[in-house]
Design a binder for this molecule. Structure first.
Ligand SMILES: NC(=O)c1ccc[n+]([C@@H]2O[C@H](COP(=O)([O-])OP(=O)(O)OC[C@H]3O[C@@H](n4cnc5c(N)ncnc54)[C@H](OP(=O)(O)O)[C@@H]3O)[C@@H](O)[C@H]2O)c1
Length: 320
């Protein structure tokens, strides 16, 4: 009799723990998970804070243990060691995400760096550095996590920039990388459509972050100077004008809002330009229109002003 009671007790216990485990797994699956690269500061940290506070689960990419510890202390956040230039880190991060059993609904390709340099002087290794992070990084991350995103019919968001449209003195390398991001986003969006995966670009203007502080630190530690530059004066003006401290710029809350929309709204847009003032939006839209005028100007099948407005109306009626 005693052993029958004992058996019933064991069966009850097993059933209960099975129920708890499967409930935990179910609730894990219900909580949509997103990977954010470069989550330690600036825009990536803001995205991580906002999404986790709203109850999404964030895999937050970081390179240093102290940053990982800081991120792990946040609710709904698990840090993953992730240098986007290192396949070992990326492959291990894929395994971590798979083992967690939540699947993966979104990837935010945010990690990015900047350099300022005149194009006739920039060293090849500096170009390699910026492309390795800003373009090969998203390429590697997206390729590695694509099976999980396809499985969830999820979303991919790239953090481009208004520098994906604008370009100018000493911004060449950075703008080249962000222009590449624009092309990358458009091609990827068409390729992922057949899997029900939506791809968007978020295009911030100037917001507070550590991007220039890191740029100046790298220049100092790699002994990069503009002392012998043909553009010395302009360069000094740029560096002193820009400065490492970007606290005069707005907190990137509205950038995080746009990322949230790109990930979770029913009909996400291909592009979300987010600017802190009218000027930055105006420069960007004007530049796009200027390029349109330049392309149209001397082409064999040139459109009249009215025809151009007709094309604009058609584009305005498109949904994406
Ligand atoms: N702030 C703006 O005004 C602005 C405007 C337009 C676009 N953006 C874009 O926004 C994104 C975020 O930049 P941010 O302005 O927020 O700058 P940030 O504060 O300097 O943040 C950059 C993030 O990228 C990470 N990162 C750098 N190299 C990496 C690598 N090899 N692997 C993984 N992570 C790496 C950094 O990690 P560590 O802490 O380990 O260095 C940091 O978490 C970038 O793509 C940038 O181009 C920024």
């Amino acid at each position: 009799m005693k052993s029958l009671h004992h058996r019933i007790y064991i069966i009850l216990l097993l059933t209960l723990s099975f129920t708890f485990v499967s409930q935990a797994q179910e609730s894990k699956k219900e909580q949509k998970a997103v990977l954010v690269t470069g989550a330690t500061s600036g825009i990536g940290l803001k995205i991580t804070e906002q999404l986790s506070a709203k109850g999404y689960f964030v895999y937050a990419g970081a390179r240093k243990q102290k940053d990982m510890d800081r991120l792990n202390a946040m609710e709904n956040v698990k840090s993953v060691k992730l240098d986007v230039t290192k396949w070992d880190d990326i492959n291990a991060a894929v395994e971590t995400v798979k083992n967690e059993g939540r699947g993966l609904y979104g990837v935010v390709n945010n990690a990015g760096v900047a350099i300022f340099s005149p194009l006739i002087e920039v060293e090849e290794e500096d170009l390699d550095f910026i492309f390795d992070v800003n373009i090969y990084g998203p390429y590697r991350i997206t390729k590695a996590f694509a099976p999980l995103i396809i499985q969830s019919k999820g979303r991919i968001t790239t953090i481009s920039s208004i520098s994906g449209i604008l370009s100018g003195q000493f911004f060449g390398p950075y703008s080249m990388s962000k222009h590449a991001m624009e092309a990358y986003t458009d091609a990827l969006a068409t390729e992922m459509r057949k899997f029900g995966v939506h791809v968007s670009a978020v295009e911030p203007g100037n917001y507070n972050s550590k991007i220039v502080e890191s740029l100046i630190k790298r220049m100092e530690s790699n002994d990069i100077t503009y002392e012998k530059s043909l553009y010395r004066e302009e360069f000094e003006r740029l560096i002193s004008g820009y400065g490492a401290d970007r606290s005069r710029f707005k907190d990137p809350i509205e950038v995080a809002d746009a990322v949230e929309k790109s990930l979770f709204s029913e009909n996400p847009k291909r592009r979300y330009m987010v600017v802190p003032n009218e000027n930055e939006g105006n420069w960007t839209i004007t530049q796009i229109l200027r390029e349109m005028v330049q392309l149209n100007e001397n082409q064999a099948y040139k459109y009249s002003r009215e025809e151009l407005i007709g094309i604009l109306d058609k584009v305005l009626a498109e949904t994406e």
